[in-house]
Design a binder for this molecule. Structure first.
Ligand code: SF4
Length: 68
């Protein structure tokens, strides 16, 4: 079975709450474990919402479109 790595998903987020350090912005919940564990426990399937992070997110470009 394919293993989902939430840390590589654009919807994964780390929170400031010690009790619920991991969050999924797609499904809108926080928890102690990475969200894919809760999704699998409730759904019975690996998460189907996985969306890879855009490697260009946060990349700075100058006015001509080149990397700064
Ligand atoms: S959408 Fe799925 S893979 Fe992405 S953070 Fe949420 S549970 Fe993890």
């Amino acid at each position: 079975m394919e293993r989902i790595d939430c840390r590589k998903c654009r919807y994964f987020r780390i929170t400031w709450e010690n009790a619920f350090p991991y969050a999924c912005d797609l499904f809108g919940f926080k928890g102690k474990q990475t969200p894919n564990v809760a999704v699998f426990a409730n759904d019975g399937y690996p998460c189907r919402g996985f969306t890879p992070k855009n490697p260009n997110d946060g990349e700075r470009k100058n006015e001509r479109g080149f990397r700064a």
